[in-house]
Design a binder for this molecule. Sequence first.
Ligand code: NAI
Length: 394
Amino acid sequence: MKHIGVIGCGTMGLGIAQVAASNNHSVFIYDSFPSAIDKARINLNKTLQTLFDKEKISKEKWDQIIANITWCIDLNEFKNCEFVIEAIVENFSIKKTVFENLSQIVSDTCIIASNTSSLSITSLASCVKNPKRFIGVHFFNPAPVMPLVEIIPGIQTEENSLTLSKQLIASWKKEIVVAKDTPGFIVNRIARPYYGEAIRIYEENLASKEYIDQTMKKLGGFKMGPFELMDFIGHDVNYAVTESVWTAFYFEPKYKPSLSQKRLVEAAYLGRKSGRGFYNYEDVGHESKDIELDLEKSTMIFERIICMLIHEAADALYLEIASKEDIETAMCKGVNYPKGLLHWADEIGIEKCVSILNYYYNLYHEERYRCSAILQMMAKSKITFFNHNVSVCL
Ligand code: NAI
């Protein structure tokens, strides 16, 4: 495939266009707002300048990337595209109009993909002529840097569209995982307890945010604690993802958003980008304060959060959202977890994970802590994720 179309030249669209252009595709990028195009051209040049200054690209490569991109103010310029990725505002009715228009322009065999984080691929596929060629390709921000791409066939997507999409994205040197079309796909679903359980511990006043952050870094080896990470992602984005996963799962209690985070959004304390979130970034050195951790307390915090994450990963496997290997790759490459959660479960011991989850279930009597069938059956049969064939116990 030579001609690639990208719709939307905001954060994600521009990043994806840069990736495709760097891999020698002829890229057509369209945005309905001319000012967004002007801004994107400036941003791309700034990015390429930085890469050049760091000696990551040559001047020839820089020129080649720029030459490979055609900035479009008319979607009709996409008529020869063989693969189009949509990365516009996360709004179903706006995306629907764009897909309906695009369907009239490109050929019936052109693969149409969406970078949506939260909308159903199946519902978007129904907006195009020939939904068999529609697919989800979910990049992570920043697209040129993050190695992971989740590929999500909708129920209408045919095998050949999946194969071609995998080939194309793999040729861009990305790590591919395939996910079932369910809310949050793999990463945004499995990662929820890292934020939600940490906030819950904090709201219950069992530990401070600094204490929880340091626990997860020191005991778990995570690069950032949950509160630092939420501040980094931005509470508007992180809260919106949690709320959309919770709503899309028919208000499943384990994904319930928190009032603490909602209040931050209401106050426009969005995290690093606004100077204040859970932490105040004007208060220099707040993060470096080293806290002496009490082993019993920090172990309790670590085990509670990690078991909720393991539980989510195990459930995703049980519900066939993705393969064992893809679940591990997704969490290590999409959110930089120090190791895969299913390997972590084997290391901690499945029986121990089950007993920790049961402890919280008995304590709170809340659905949030009910233990997945897969973990219970594995504990009973004494099998692990990687030394046994898990399906034997199901
Ligand atoms: P953004 O707000 O940075 O960019 C959206 C762009 O779409 C803007 O340039 C806007 O002018 C353009 N646009 C709006 N309506 C349009 C239309 N009708 N036709 C053409 N262009 C239109 O948004 P961002 O962050 O790049 O997100 C884009 C998509 O990628 C969303 O679906 C989002 O859920 C998804 N996504 C976002 C990630 C992130 O971290 N920002 C990560 C992964 C996926």
